[in-house]
Design a protein around this ligand. Structure first.
Ligand SMILES: Nc1ncnc2c1ncn2[C@@H]1O[C@H](COP(=O)(O)OP(=O)(O)OP(=O)(O)O)[C@@H](O)[C@H]1O
Length: 253
């Protein structure tokens, strides 16, 4: 594989719901071991883009290549194996309310070798510690947790299967600044120390500045700007400027 080939290459990706054109030709490259952050206005299609990469939403046009292979040409088993290597944090967390925390965290790995409940609980506690949670919550149901705790349990679940690609939809939304920083540190460590590739959607600009190797701005269904954190601070792109400076006045409304 040539070194220049991105891990994920997206070209001309389009998706409409009825007459609402959400993605109108998204182009983006994501390199292996990179932390990419997607920003843009609410309702702009960021979650739709992640779900399309995961294969939960089928694109109308365009291509998604993973390690050079178009996912459209993959067999069901190839697709399933790709999905096994992707950990997704959904915006709402999407925990199973009927299962205790430890079963939620170990859910994806119980189909494999690990079946002993004591070992699974030990593993779940290790992942709870990574997201800054105490193992006293191991046996609670998600309805007994605060929103921020549910989010962190969902992050623990997303990383427990040791995926190669992390898709994080607003991982710090609803968390206080200190807990947000714990999650940012975790994302950075997964990328820097474990070689994972992370694609994060966030509206949290402190988080963007901390974790992003590359930032992509989604506007009117296209990636209209990419850059690093230094570029973000200094860009004169009026859309990105207004967004980053958090101003009501400007071309975005
Ligand atoms: N399954 C669906 N059916 C119909 N419309 C959908 C569906 N999924 C998403 N949409 C629409 O696509 C648009 C983009 O939604 P999306 O959730 O991707 O936005 P977003 O950029 O992630 O927003 P936010 O920052 O508010 O989370 C919205 O108008 C939404 O209503």
């Amino acid at each position: 594989m040539p070194q220049t080939q991105p891990l994920i290459r997206i070209r001309g990706l389009k998706k409409s719901f009825g007459d609402h054109a959400v993605l109108q030709g998204v182009d983006i490259d994501i390199d292996k071991g990179q932390s990419v952050v997607i920003i843009g206005q609410s309702g702009g299609g960021k979650s739709v883009l992640l779900k399309t990469i995961l294969g939960l939403i089928e694109a109308d046009a365009g291509s998604i290549e993973i390690e050079g292979q178009d996912i459209e040409t993959m067999s069901q088993s190839q697709l399933a194996s790709i999905r096994d290597h992707i950990g997704m944090l959904f915006q709402g967390g999407a925990l199973f309310d009927s299962l205790p925390v430890w079963r939620n965290i170990t859910f994806a790995i119980t189909q494999g070798h690990l079946r002993d409940p004591a070992k699974m609980q030990k593993l779940a506690s290790e992942y709870l510690a990574r997201v800054g949670l105490d193992d006293r919550i191991l046996n609670l149901r998600s309805g007994e947790l605060s929103g921020g705790m549910q989010k962190r349990v969902a992050i623990a679940r997303a990383i427990a299967a040791k995926p190669e690609i992390l898709l994080f939809d607003e991982p710090t939304a609803g968390l206080d600044p200190i807990r947000s920083d714990v999650i940012d540190d975790l994302t950075l460590s997964l990328v820097r120390d474990n070689g994972m590739t992370a694609i994060t959607i966030t509206h949290d600009m402190a988080s963007v500045c901390k974790i992003a190797d590359k930032i992509a701005f989604l506007h009117e269904g296209r990636i209209i700007w990419t850059g690093n954190t230094q570029d973000l601070r200094t860009t004169d792109n009026p859309y990105v400027r207004q967004f980053f400076d958090r101003k009501a006045e400007g071309p975005l409304h």
